[in-house]
Each structure stands twice: as structure tokens, then as C-alpha cells.
Design a protein around this ligand. Structure first.
Ligand code: MTE
Ligand code: MO
Length: 337
């Protein structure tokens, strides 16, 4: 492909659009727990691989001239470029299943962490150019070449997926969210994940646990006697999923025929999520899995099961369920609390 005929500024605009596209599709794939996630996951991969496709053009263009200008900041630019390549490479390692990470620290988290670290230097890199590229740099030729690069990126993704299947790599059996299966119907093998500051409470004794549902105290021990198996998949944004037969009670049964705008579920750690009230039929409180009680790290004595939603919604160590007047979209999309 002759993307070499693009001006360095045109290459830059295309790369910037691809990075923005990758960020948008990456965040979207975190947010969606249904089949639609597949669209975001594939587009995300295509954006990333297309960045690699354009890397050659970038090297021939602004990288070479940038190095010749010998500004001290050129090494920052080199570090930035290296980080971009590393981020995409770790993404490929996750997608193919060639590398899972170390213990509970997953390859996808490495990818997400690198991507997050990249955002500040990305903005610096864009703003510090001597001649800042503009979207108006995108003439017909640039758009044609940009589309050609995207096509090659998409073909590379197709080739990667085919290779994964031919070689029988773990990446071939990923879920539509892009996650890998771990420990389904085997709670002991199911990983455990908590946010930065969240820790399992010292005591998870069901008999002394205070669970408040709409102002009434619910006996968690009694709850355990009315459960039924609910087979549902916990799909963590760290890149793994696990299906369990949860021993659970529908939240609907506990709150009766009420209505509200939202429903707020809170953990003893203070972590909470707002759910649209219309979703109440898809929420369950689980006290066990496969007939055994939940382990402490998995949210004992009672946790939320939210089929079709990604891991962050599956609140562990639930202490309160309340109706709420605020709309559920009025909360940070990801819990940075
Ligand atoms: N209270 C609380 N609930 C939580 C979390 C947390 O940090 N604190 N992490 C969430 C995330 S991101 C995931 S993926 C699942 C992980 O559940 P597990 O540890 O049982 O695998 O719990 C969710 N519920
Ligand atoms: Mo997660």
C-alpha cells in the first residue's frame, strides 16, 4: 500500500483519529455486557492494528524529521511511540491468549493501565507539534489512503483471528466481550477482583450481617433458605468471565410492587451503583454458588448478581438496597471511588 504519499501531517491526523477511536471503542466495550459488545471489541482491535499499519508511514515521515531536529523532547516522543506499540502488543497478547498476565494481574489490565498512562503524553504529543495537524488536512487522498489503511487493519484482525483458531490458541474461545473463560462451575478457580480501595470486610458472618432493603432488615440466613439456582456469567473488565450456578433470590421478590426511577445497591465498603428500576427483574442477591456459601473474597455473605452487565455492577458484600430518585445515568460510568 502506498500510504507513503500521505504528508506527515495527514498521517498524524489519521493516527490521532485512530487513537481516539480506540479509546472510545475500548471504553464502550467495558460498558456493554450484551452481544453488542462484540461490535465495540472488533472495532477496537481494528483501530489498534491500523495504528500499527500506519506506523511505517509515521516512521518515514515525522519521526525521521523529528529526530533530525534534535529537540530534547524527541526522546519523550520516542518513549511515547514505544508505549503506543507496547499497549497495542499487549492487547494482541490478550486477544490471542498468548499471555494472560501474572496471577490475578491480567494481560488486559496491563493493556488498560498502559492506555491510561498514555493519555497525558498523547495530549502533550498532539499539542506540542511545531505545526499542529488539523482535520482539514484530510483531503480526498488522505481519506482514501486512510480507508485503505483501515481495510488492511481489518484484514490483519481477520488474519489474527484465523491464526488463533488454526493454532488452537485460547483466544479462539473468547466471549463476545473479548473475555477469556476461567473456572466456570468451579468457584474455587473463579478469580476475585476488587477496586483499588475495596477490601473484604473482616466479618462476613451471615447471622450478624446487616442487610437493609427499603428500610427493613433482611435476615441473610433466612434468605439462604429461599434461593434457587440462577446460572449467570460474571464478566470482568479485566478480561475474564466465569459462569456459576448462583444460589440466589430475585431482588424483585424482596422489594415487592414498588416503583421508582432507580434502585441503589450499596456494599459495606461504601461502593454503590444505581440501576434503572426497569432492570430490577434482572437483579438477584446470591448467597452461594453450586450449593456452597460464597467465599469471603467473592462477596460473602451476600452479593448482587446482574446478568448481562459487566463485573463492576456485581456488588459484593451488599448491605443496602434502596429506591432512588436520581436517574441511573447520572453516575460515573466506572466506579472511581
Ligand atoms: N463491594 C465491591 N463489589 C465489587 C467490586 C469491588 O471492588 N467492591 N468489584 C467488582 C468487579 S470489577 C468485579 S469483576 C466483581 C468481581 O467479583 P469476584 O471477586 O467475586 O470475582 O465484583 C464487583 N463487585
Ligand atoms: Mo471487574
Amino acid at each position: 500500500m502506498r500510504v507513503g504519499r500521505l504528508t506527515p501531517r495527514q498521517v498524524d491526523v489519521l493516527l490521532e483519529l485512530l487513537v481516539l477511536g480506540a479509546v472510545a471503542t475500548g471504553l464502550t466495550s467495558w460498558a456493554i455486557g450484551t452481544q453488542w459488545s462484540k461490535v465495540a471489541t472488533v472495532l477496537h482491535a481494528v483501530c489498534g492494528l491500523t495504528v500499527l499499519v500506519l506506523a511505517g508511514a509515521k516512521l518515514r515521515g515525522s519521526v525521521r524529521s523529528g529526530m533530525q531536529r534534535r529537540r530534547p523532547s524527541r526522546w519523550l516522543s520516542v518513549a511515547f511511540g514505544t508505549l503506543v506499540i507496547a499497549t497495542i502488543s499487549v492487547g494482541v497478547l490478550h486477544a490471542t491468549g498468548l499471555w494472560f498476565g501474572v496471577g490475578y494481574w491480567s494481560a488486559l489490565w496491563t493493556h488498560e493501565l498502559l492506555a491510561f498512562v498514555l493519555l497525558a503524553p498523547f495530549i502533550w504529543h498532539v499539542l506540542s507539534r511545531p505545526v499542529r495537524p488539523k482535520v482539514t488536512d484530510l483531503d480526498r487522498r488522505a481519506l482514501l489512503r486512510g480507508s485503505a489503511a483501515l481495510t488492511v487493519g481489518a484484514a490483519a484482525y481477520g488474519a489474527q483471528e484465523a491464526a488463533v483458531r488454526i493454532a488452537g490458541l485460547a483466544g479462539g474461545s473468547r466471549r463476545f466481550t473479548g473475555s477469556h473463560e476461567i473456572g466456570s462451575f468451579d468457584p474455587l478457580r473463579m478469580p476475585t477482583v476488587s477496586w483499588i480501595n475495596d477490601e473484604a470486610p473482616a466479618s462476613t458472618d451471615a447471622s450478624t450481617w446487616a442487610l437493609d432493603v427499603l428500610g427493613d432488615t433482611v435476615d441473610v440466613g433466612a434468605l439462604a433458605r429461599r434461593t434457587r439456582p440462577v446460572t449467570a456469567t460474571l464478566d470482568c473488565t479485566g478480561g475474564w468471565w466465569s459462569t456459576q450456578a448462583w444460589d440466589a433470590v430475585p431482588v424483585h421478590e424482596l422489594i415487592g410492587d414498588r416503583s421508582a426511577r432507580s434502585i441503589k445497591v450499596t456494599s459495606t465498603t461504601g461502593y454503590s451503583r444505581l440501576f434503572p428500576f426497569s432492570a430490577v427483574d434482572d437483579l438477584y442477591l446470591a448467597v452461594g454458588y453450586g450449593g456452597e456459601p460464597l467465599r469471603r473474597s467473592h462477596g460473602a455473605p451476600v452479593r448482587l448478581i446482574a446478568p448481562g452487565r459487566r463485573g463492576p455492577w456485581w456488588i459484593k458484600w451488599v448491605t443496602s438496597i434502596q429506591l432512588d430518585d436520581r436517574p441511573s445515568w447520572l453516575q460515573t460510568p466506572f466506579p472511581f471511588e
